[in-house]
Design a protein around this ligand. Structure first.
Ligand code: 13P
Ligand code: SF4
Length: 369
C-alpha cells in the first residue's frame, strides 16, 4: 500500500483496551501467544525496529537476510512481519501458498518505495527505450513495491539490496550495456561509483517531469538513476561530517549507502545495515564511531557496545517513522487477533505480479552476497 492508498483507507483505531495495558502486561501476553502457537508462528524483525518489538523477533536481519529467511521458512502458518510493507510483500512472494504474512500496522510503508510507482516506471521505460533501444537492464532496490519488482523480473532484471548491490550491478553489465536503477538514486550512484563508473556517465531519471537529467552526449550514459531517496538517510549531511571531524578527530565515520554520494565519499566506511553492525562488533575496545543510519539501530548498537564510544552522525536524528509504526500494542493486537482465529492486515500480492516479481528476487537470491 502506498501513501495515497493508506490515506484513502479508513483510519484504523487500535482498541482502547491496549491503551490501558502496561508494557509488562503486553509483553506477558505476547510471550503466552508465542508459546501457544510454537512453530506455527514466525516473527521476523528488521534491524530498524524498536527494542519493544525486536525482543520478540524469532529472527532479525537486514533486508537481504530477512528475504533469505522468509524463503527458507516453509513451516510457519503465520508470519507476523515486523518491518515495512515492501518487506512483508517480499516475504509473501517468497513463502508458500499456505503461509499468511501479516503486517501489524498497515501504515508501516516506506517513503522511498513510494517514490517509484508502476505507471511512472512504465512511462519512463517507453521513453528510455526510444532513446537507447534494447540496451537497458532494470534493477530495483528491494525497497520498492511488488509491481516494480515484477516489472524488473519481466524485463530480465533483478532486485538488489544494500548488501549485494555491487555484485548485482556487475552482473547486470554482463547482460546489457546500461542499467536503470530504481528507486534509490544514492545506492545506485554509490554502487556504480565503487565499481569504477564515472559520475559523468550517470544520468538521473526524474519521474515527476518525465525527463532524463543529463548534460552531454547521451550515448555515454551507463547508469540511469531513478530520482528517489530515503527520507531518513538524506538527513546525514556534509555538515554533520565536518562537525564530527572537528569535535572528535579520531572518530571513525560509518554510513549506510542510502546516504548521498558526498556523505559517503567523506566517510571512512559505507555499507549495509549488516555491514555496519558487523564492523562495529569486530572493532577494538576503545574505538570511536559516528554512525549514519536509522536511530533505533544506532541506539541498540550503542547499548550493545559499552566498551566503544559511539554516537549518531547527526545528533538530531529521529527513527524511521514508518518502521516505528510497528510497536508493542500493534504487535500484540495482531497476535491476539490470530489467537481468536481471525486474520487482519494480511499482505497478499496478486498472483500475476508475484509470478514476475519472484523472477527478479530469485535472480538476486541465486547470486546473494
Ligand atoms: P538494509 O536492510 O538493506 O540495510 O536497508 C536499510 C533500509 O533502509 C531498510 O528499509
Ligand atoms: Fe524506507 Fe528509509 Fe525507512 Fe528504510 S529507513 S523504511 S528506506 S524510509
Amino acid at each position: 500500500m502506498n501513501i495515497l492508498e493508506a490515506l484513502k483507507t479508513p483510519a484504523f483505531q487500535l482498541p482502547d483496551s491496549y491503551k490501558n495495558m502496561t508494557d509488562s502486561e503486553m509483553e506477558q501476553r505476547v510471550r503466552e501467544i508465542k508459546e501457544k502457537f510454537g512453530d506455527r508462528l514466525y516473527i521476523p524483525g528488521h534491524h530498524y525496529q524498536k527494542d519493544e518489538v525486536i525482543q520478540f523477533a524469532d529472527t532479525t536481519g537486514d533486508s537481504l537476510q530477512l528475504a533469505q529467511q522468509s524463503a527458507a521458512n516453509t513451516k510457519a502458518e503465520f508470519i507476523v512481519f515486523c518491518g515495512v510493507h515492501f518487506m512483508a510483500e517480499t516475504a509473501d512472494i517468497l513463502t508458500q501458498d499456505h503461509q499468511k504474512v501479516i503486517l501489524p500496522d498497515m501504515r508501516a510503508g516506506c517513503s522511498m518505495a513510494d517514490m517509484a510507482d508502476i505507471h511512472q516506471t512504465e512511462r519512463a521505460w517507453s521513453k528510455l527505450q526510444l532513446l537507447f533501444g534494447d540496451t537497458i537492464l532494470p534493477l530495483t532496490y528491494v525497497n520498492s513495491t511488488a509491481a516494480i519488482k515484477a516489472f524488473c523480473g519481466k524485463n530480465g532484471g533483478a532486485t538488489v539490496t544494500s548488501s549485494n548491490a555491487m555484485g548485482m550491478v556487475e552482473w547486470a553489465f554482463t547482460q546489457k550495456e546500461r542499467i536503470l536503477f530504481l528507486p534509490d538514486q544514492h545506492l545506485g550512484r554509490n554502487t556504480a561509483f565503487d565499481l569504477g563508473i564515472s559520475l559523468s556517465d550517470m544520468a538521473v531519471w526524474n519521474p515527476i517531469t518525465d525527463e532524463l537529467e543529463y548534460e552531454g552526449d547521451i550515448s555515454n550514459i551507463k547508469v540511469i538513476l531513478w530520482k528517489g531517496h530515503c527520507s531518513v538517510h538524506e538527513n546525514f549531511t556534509i555538515h554533520n561530517i565536518e562537525q564530527v571531524r572537528v569535535e572528535y578527530p579520531d572518530m571513525n565515520i560509518i554510513v549506510h549507502p542510502e546516504c548521498s554520494r558526498e556523505v559517503v565519499a567523506l566517510s571512512d566506511y559505507a555499507g549495509s545495515t549488516k555491514y555496519i553492525i558487523d564492523t562495529i562488533s569486530k572493532a577494538e575496545t576503545g574505538t570511536k564511531w559516528a554512525i549514519g543510519t536509522e536511530m533505533n539501530l544506532v541506539k541498540r548498537i550503542i547499548a550493545q557496545h559499552p566498551d566503544k564510544e559511539i554516537i549518531s552522525l547527526n545528533p538530531h536524528m529521529c527513527p524511521c517513522l514508518t518502521m516505528n509504526r510497528i510497536d508493542l500494542p500493534h504487535l500484540l493486537y495482531s497476535l491476539e487477533t490470530l489467537e481468536k482465529g481471525e486474520t487482519i492486515n494480511v499482505i497478499s500480492v496478486e498472483k500475476d505480479i508475484a509470478e514476475n516479481a519472484i523472477l527478479a528476487l530469485n535472480r538476486m537470491l541465486e547470486r546473494a552476497n
